[in-house]
Design a protein around this ligand. Sequence first.
Ligand SMILES: *[C@@H]1O[C@H](CO)[C@@H](O)[C@H](O)[C@H]1NC(C)=O
Ligand SMILES: *[C@@H]1O[C@H](CO)[C@@H](O)[C@H](O)[C@H]1NC(C)=O
Ligand SMILES: *[C@@H]1O[C@H](CO)[C@@H](O)[C@H](O)[C@H]1NC(C)=O
Ligand SMILES: *[C@@H]1O[C@H](CO)[C@@H](O)[C@H](O)[C@H]1NC(C)=O
Ligand SMILES: *[C@@H]1O[C@H](CO)[C@@H](O)[C@H](O)[C@H]1NC(C)=O
Ligand SMILES: *[C@@H]1O[C@H](CO)[C@@H](O)[C@H](O)[C@H]1NC(C)=O
Ligand SMILES: *[C@@H]1O[C@H](CO)[C@@H](O)[C@H](O)[C@H]1NC(C)=O
Ligand SMILES: CC(=O)N[C@H]1CO[C@H](CO)[C@@H](O)[C@@H]1O
Length: 882
Amino acid sequence: MAGTSVHSLLFVLSAFSAVCYGGSVIRERDAVPAGYAARPYYPSPHGGWTSDWSASYSKAKALVEQMTLAEKTNITAGTGIYMGNPCVGNTGSASRLGFPQLCLQDSALGVASTDNVTAFPAGITTGATWDKSLMYQRAVAIGQEFRGKGVNIYLGPTVGPLGRKPLGGRNWEGFGADPVLQAVAGALTVKGVQEQGVIATIKHLVGNEQEMYRMYNPVQEGYSSNIDDRTLHELYLWPFAEGVRAGVGSVMSAYNAVNGSACSQNSYLLNGLLKDELGFQGFVMSDWLSHMSGVASALAGLDMDMPGDTQIPIVLGTSYWMYELTRSVLNGSVPVDRLNDMATRIVAAWYQMGQDKNYPPPNFSSNTHDRTGLLYPAAVLSPIGVVNYYVNVQADHYKVARQVAQDAITLLKNDDDLLPLSTSHKLSIFGTDAQVNPDGPNACGNRACNKGTLGMGWGSGVADYPYMDGPIDAIKRRTSNVTYYATDSFPSVPTPAADEVAIVFISSDSGENSFTVENNHGDRDADKLAAWHNGDKLVQQAAAKYSNVVVIAHTVGPLILESWISLPAVKAVLFAHLPGQEAGESLTNVLFGDVSPSGHLPYSITKAATDLPASIANLRGFALGQVQDTYSEGLYIDYRYLNKHNITPRYAFGHGLSYTTFSLTNTSIRAVTPLTTPFPPARPTKGPTPSYSSAIPPASEAYPPPGFVPIWRYLYSYLSKPDADAAAAAANQSTTYPYPAGYSTVQTPGPPAGGASGGNPALWDTAYEITLTVTNTGARHAGKAVVQAYVQFPAGIGWDTPVIQLRDFGKTGTLAPGGGSERVKLGLTRKDVSVWDVAAQDWVVPDPGARYRVWIGEGSDRLGVVCYSDSLVCEEGVGGPV
Ligand SMILES: *[C@@H]1O[C@H](CO)[C@@H](O)[C@H](O)[C@H]1NC(C)=O
Ligand SMILES: *[C@@H]1O[C@H](CO)[C@@H](O)[C@H](O)[C@H]1NC(C)=O
Ligand SMILES: *[C@@H]1O[C@H](CO)[C@@H](O)[C@H](O)[C@H]1NC(C)=O
Ligand SMILES: *[C@@H]1O[C@H](CO)[C@@H](O)[C@H](O)[C@H]1NC(C)=O
Ligand SMILES: *[C@@H]1O[C@H](CO)[C@@H](O)[C@H](O)[C@H]1NC(C)=O
Ligand SMILES: *[C@@H]1O[C@H](CO)[C@@H](O)[C@H](O)[C@H]1NC(C)=O
Ligand SMILES: *[C@@H]1O[C@H](CO)[C@@H](O)[C@H](O)[C@H]1NC(C)=O
Ligand SMILES: CC(=O)N[C@H]1CO[C@H](CO)[C@@H](O)[C@@H]1O
């Protein structure tokens, strides 16, 4: 129980931790580099103008119209950290009208801080399956668990960080270092979760690519991710666009700044890109304690303040919103129109998911595992009540959890077909990562330690394990011919027989900056890309003794394998990623050949960290003032960079072997919607949005009810009568708020690239469809194949484009050995063959008549099939582009 409370307290304290890194003092922020600017974009576009949301907006309007000022401001902010209901965030209610407090709960991989739930495999593991159906099924199960616990708002999926920096601490919460892999998995997660009636939250918008210095605090600004317009569109915003198109109800802004302006109050990002261009109809919430202004953030497009507090929570019980937002509306600084839109967006999302009908209230507490507990833990005197009902929401979700964990396992190397093992092999097993943490899988709050099998990273992106099926337990269930050395220092062992197999478990962990684990401050700043606990040395020592070594890595991301990967004894390597609770049997099913491995890498594994440029290979270190993280590599991250510079990685993005082999044959391409013009057809115009009176409501709408007794430090939206009257009087004085440059209250028609949820709907016209036959050509093992499609833009179009870019993928079912086959269909949209034209501010197909190549294969370096957009011919058995 202490785990969660201690966590959150540490989390709060971490807001100030930057001080420890360098003892900075309050100062003006450093200049953002020349050329990067956070332009103003006002006003905040009204929600409700797309047809897919219009019915919910009508209902929302009918409800919001009846709300008083204090009710509207109540639902746009949390009631304070540890205040009121049981979740990590809890909004105020408009209970007079039947609008409840909303429960917001971590994490992206399962319901956090409670029991009787499933600890699903992490995002990176899910990405490594390359299986759309499993991505969706996992989301359905997650959605059912959040609903079962009475959570209104799921704080996932994570599609930012994108994985720009291999050392970045939270990359594992997302799906892989490519915008399309991230976008497909993110959008399917939104769909699966929201079909259960739970509002999903796509996060973190945007540029939170490292953990250190991410947060603003009273003495230092969070770092600024300086991202040019084209790179933002083609990489970092891409998954958000797909999430919006999938109908996501909520977006969480990132801690850091973009172009010098904090994401929670960056008008260009929230008003311009998200709400106008991407046509986002839900609401934007701040990341926890990243709210830092009242009027400014409201005008910039923030709709919900989480968890309600200022950056110094609890102590004072203060907020930038709640009663202050009430004041700002009464005194005329925040237009009533903006507050109406904020409230309508929140209520519309609630209707859109059907939460007005039979939605269960929360049944658990994030604050304690006891049945009863404090109802307001941060209050000094709090009533006590039943807070945990122990509702078991696990159903049979272990099955999909295990399937994801199993189908993610990525075979990097398998010399002499050492794998699969037979149960007659004598096995010697090394490494503490093979066994469940002897103190219990949840011994460390927020998994902020790396002890025992690594099933997830650390921080807020975790869940408690109901149990953990450890690898060594599963191996022992299979064979008794096994000796386990539960150590990370190579022990003295008997001389092995020639056919004896050593299995070495290694790990690499990372997480959120709120915790430091073995000197890693969230990011892998201490251990870098080496295995923890001297794992690389353990492998080398095992390889010196045994002639058959299998390495199994539980890891948040890429590792540098060079110190042992070419040793002749190291015959097989499996990346099992972060499997969650089902670490054991998912692995033994692969090890012993019940199934062939079918995972593929969701990132590249380079031979050296310096194979990537310094801007992404390194973390930004301490700076006086605001740390500037400039995306000088532009589009060239991960394989895009390596291909451009002809750097051969150890294992390429998308690489993954099987026990069997596949052929890709009978490939055909067909043009579906002809691309007759470089620019898409004109966008649809915005539909109508709810209209309300714009008159400032009477001050009496802010007064607390007669006899109102507040709970100390609970955040309310009421203003005392004197305060409310004074605010209303101020509205009639000549003093006006110092609005930012470019401020306007006139709604605009929106940019050409917009037009519907996600952007101009014509961007999703299918331009080309490719069909091929995948056949299992091996004689012995069944297996699933992953087929990846990459676009190569024509030469001479006047645009610098990466050599190849992933655009679609598919995974077969289990194909029988000796010819089992399946037809696979892949598609490319107009957007997939477009670049972002900064001058035109639109997507453009540079030369629709030229030859676009679509490369198809089982990895970014195994592309033996190519199809041409101009001749509509496909060739097989070709050498790939890289
Ligand atoms: C950041 O600055 C660049 C360069 O001026 C610009 O292209 C881009 O649109 C800006 N992005 C945001 C979110 O302000
Ligand atoms: C705001 O929400 C809280 C928590 O549900 C509730 O106690 C309070 O009465 C609400 N305020 C208004 C104005 O409805
Ligand atoms: C209105 O109230 C807000 C919140 O306290 C304050 O920031 C703003 O300056 C006030 N505006 C005027 C015109 O007094
Ligand atoms: C939670 O669920 C239990 C069992 O399903 C139910 O009895 C209880 O009333 C629910 N708790 C709340 C606060 O609604
Ligand atoms: C264990 O493995 C060794 C080497 O393969 C073999 O000789 C022995 O019979 C096995 N023992 C058992 C109990 O299977
Ligand atoms: C080959 O492709 C054609 C056209 O797409 C299709 O009709 C046919 O069934 C395919 N043949 C096989 C053996 O898959
Ligand atoms: C502010 O002015 C409006 C009309 O100009 C008036 O109706 C309202 O009563 C005034 N409010 C206060 C608090 O004086
Ligand atoms: C299956 C499971 O984990 N059940 C647990 C539900 O929560 C109660 C209270 O913590 C436990 O006692 C059960 O074991």
